[in-house]
Each structure stands twice: as structure tokens, then as C-alpha cells.
Write a protein that binds this ligand. Structure first.
Ligand code: 2BA
Ligand code: 2BA
Length: 108
């Protein structure tokens, strides 16, 4: 089995979870925070048989399209604890996916 860890945008997660569940995949949804933008995102854990990995990735791709470049406000900390906001352009959307080998899958 494989564990698919998919980090997606919050707004993509409801339709993605619905599609995966509809296709009989089991999903666990975690609220997460990106280290760079420090804003919320969603991490999904999806445990599947090896041959289902590509099917799951297809569903993820269908639901998580890369969006237009957007502007975000980040802050830098200056000496004396002053925060200076500055605009930054990043591409959002899509998904960051890791596929891990599962050593053991147990339900007790
Ligand atoms: P964040 O860390 O908040 O990053 C959001 C977006 O900011 C990234 O989108 C990327 O476009 C940009 N970005 C991140 N770090 C950057 C840097 N050092 N310099 C310039 N731009 C940077 P994505 O790459 O699509 O990542 C979306 C979220 O997925 C990330 O949110 C993070 O939570 C997670 N992620 C991405 N790569 C990861 C990795 N290798 N390991 C763990 N989590 C990862
Ligand atoms: P849920 O997805 O909320 O599922 C709760 C229970 O509903 C499941 O218990 C199972 O008995 C049933 N169920 C879920 N999906 C089903 C489906 N497609 N068809 C028929 N019955 C279904 P558990 O199997 O004990 O799972 C408990 C929780 O563990 C799940 O909560 C999910 O968060 C997580 N989980 C289980 N298997 C997973 C997997 N392969 N990958 C990721 N997370 C998993």
C-alpha cells in the first residue's frame, strides 16, 4: 500500500474530498499551515493499494488547478521587533503530493 500526502488549498479540499469519497477512496483531512505564507492549507492523507495511486493523483489534479499569480502580504521582522509588510507574488493552487510506502496497515 501507499500513503498519499496531498497538501492542497483550503478552497479545493471540499470538492476533492467529495470526489475521492465518491470513488470509494478513504481520506483523512488535516488542517495545516504553510511555512512560507503562514496561511492555512489542507493536508489529506489517502491510504490506497499501489495500483490505485495514479487514479487518486488524477482526482487530485482535476480538483486542484493552479490559479493565477496572486499577491500576498508577508512580513519581515526588523531589529527591535518591528514588522514590515511587503507584497510578494506567488503562484497558488495545484497540489504538493508525496507518495510514501506503507510498511503496515492495521485496523484494531
Ligand atoms: P507555503 O509554505 O505557505 O508556500 C506557499 C507558496 O509560496 C508555495 O506554493 C510556493 O509557490 C511559494 N513558496 C514557498 N516557499 C518559497 C520560497 N522559499 N521562495 C519562494 N516562494 C516560495 P507550493 O509550492 O504550491 O506549496 C504549497 C504548500 O505546500 C506550502 O505552503 C507548504 O505548506 C506545502 N509544501 C510545498 N512544498 C513542500 C515540501 N517540500 N515539504 C513540505 N511541505 C511543502
Ligand atoms: P471516515 O472517513 O470518517 O470513516 C469512518 C468510517 O466510515 C470508517 O471507519 C469506515 O467504517 C466507514 N467508511 C469510510 N469510508 C467508507 C467507504 N468508502 N465505504 C464504506 N464505508 C466507509 P474506519 O475504517 O475505522 O476509519 C476511521 C477513519 O480513519 C476514517 O474516517 C478516516 O479518517 C481514517 N481512514 C481510514 N482508512 C483510511 C485510509 N485508507 N486512508 C486515509 N485515512 C483513512
Amino acid at each position: 500500500m501507499k500513503l498519499i500526502v496531498a497538501i492542497v488549498q483550503d478552497q479545493d479540499s471540499p470538492s476533492l474530498v467529495e470526489d475521492l469519497t465518491e470513488k470509494e477512496f478513504r481520506v483523512t483531512k488535516l488542517a495545516s499551515t504553510g511555512g512560507f505564507l503562514k496561511s492555512g492549507n489542507t493536508t489529506l492523507l489517502i491510504g490506497v493499494e499501489d495500483e490505485q495511486v495514479d487514479n487518486v493523483l488524477m482526482v487530485v489534479e482535476e480538483n486542484c488547478k493552479t490559479r493565477e499569480i496572486t499577491t500576498s502580504l508577508l512580513t519581515v521582522t526588523m531589529p527591535g521587533d518591528t514588522y514590515i509588510p511587503y507584497p510578494l507574488e506567488v503562484k497558488v493552487g495545484g497540489a504538493t503530493v508525496f507518495v510514501l510506502d506503507i510498511e503496515k496497515h492495521i485496523r484494531v
